[in-house]
Design a protein around this ligand. Structure first.
Ligand code: MRU
Length: 339
């Protein structure tokens, strides 16, 4: 199944609970806005493009649940829902993009049930388009990989971070589909181990050769000549920086030092022409993510903690950005790229 989808029978959002992977594969249903927001905050659904779909389906869910009896009241309910959903996670721009695009569809409706229909249709479009976009992006990116390459990746920018296929892992999947022999080095991605838990699981399901390393090994494997290319996803791309999972910046500096191409794979919906590196809010997460591993205490329970979920990689460290529109080599003007 898709990472996130709409169930027409129960009028609810269904998703794979990613907090349980790889130990348990469980599909959960969000029937209320509160349960969707909880799922986003606790990373049951995660990854920028998947969050775009979650935001879009969230508006459709709010429309379905609303007891408003006229159009104005329904639009008021949806505006409240939009604000609530957007507040769950601040860094991945796709979440707000998915919400806003779905809200934008309201102008095509003429009555109460029309609004409910158009927001659901738009949310489904966003989800379908995500899969097509990733396939296009994957084909563009696959040309950058050579037969026999070993590619290092961080976090999970695969099908579980999207509706399907993936961005960084989508490029790898497309290259493998084109007949290239590609090996992957997956960084575990502390503290929540999206690389160790999800990227490895996804690639092993597809029989793509993957080796897990701890985040602190990336310099070592690069210095040993074990990495040909790095490909990561992105949560937000401004004119001057790429925001992605904490640790990405470190890999970019090391890649530059070792003259290894550093690629970012992301759909156009991840670009943000309205901000710069210093105006983006980086999500700070709970201290206990570092003090505990699940229920096991791994640090003093009251130790001070700094736990940003993302970092900013300056565009100077990026060899190219792979999108559905093609491959773009910095320096580029965001406005021209988005035109
Ligand atoms: O905190 P997460 O797991 O949502 O962070 C996800 C990432 O950083 C991904 O690399 C990014 O969203 C790109 S997903 C195609």
């Amino acid at each position: 199944m898709r990472t996130i989808d709409w169930n027409d029978d129960s009028n609810s959002i269904v998703m794979i609970d990613q907090t349980l992977l790889p130990m348990e594969y469980k599909v959960i249903e969000c029937k209320t806005l509160a349960s969707l927001c909880e799922a986003i905050k606790s990373l049951r659904v995660r990854g920028a493009p998947a969050l775009g779909a979650a935001g879009a389906y969230g508006i459709a869910l709010a429309a379905t649940l609303s007891s408003a009896s006229d159009m104005d009241a329904l639009i008021r309910d949806l505006n409240v829902a939009a604000k609530t959903i957007k507040a769950t996670r601040p860094t991945a721009v796709n979440l707000a993009w998915g919400v806003d695009r779905t809200m934008g569809a309201i102008s095509d409706a003429y009555d109460l049930s029309g609004i409910k229909d158009v927001v659901l249709a738009e949310a489904k479009n966003i989800a379908d388009e995500d899969v097509e976009t990733n396939k296009k992006l994957g084909k563009h990116g696959a040309k950058l990989l050579e037969d026999g390459d070993t590619v290092m990746t961080h976090c999970n920018a695969g099908k579980m971070a999207c509706v399907d296929w993936g961005t960084a892992l989508g490029v790898i999947r497309s290259a493998v589909e084109a007949g290239k022999d590609i090996k992957v080095i997956a960084c575990e991605t502390r503290p929540l181990n999206q690389g160790g838990r999800i990227t490895t699981w996804e690639l092993m399901q597809d029989n793509i050769d993957v080796t897990l390393i701890s985040d602190s090994m990336s310099g070592h494997v690069m210095s040993k000549g074990m990495v040909d290319k790095v490909i990561v996803g992105a949560d937000r791309i401004t004119g001057d920086a790429v925001f992605n999972k904490i640790g990405t910046y470190t890999h970019s500096v090391l890649a530059r030092e070792h003259e290894i191409p550093f690629f970012v794979a992301a759909p156009i919906s991840t670009f943000d022409p309205n901000n710069w590196e210093d105006t983006v809010t980086i999500e700070q997460r709970d201290a206990n993510e570092l003090r505990f591993f699940k229920d096991v205490q791994i640090a003093p329970a009251d130790v001070k903690v700094y736990n940003p979920a993302f970092d900013a990689t300056p565009m100077e460290n990026v060899t190219a950005v792979i999108t559905e529109k093609g491959v773009f080599y910095p320096p580029f003007l965001l406005d021209e790229l988005l035109a």
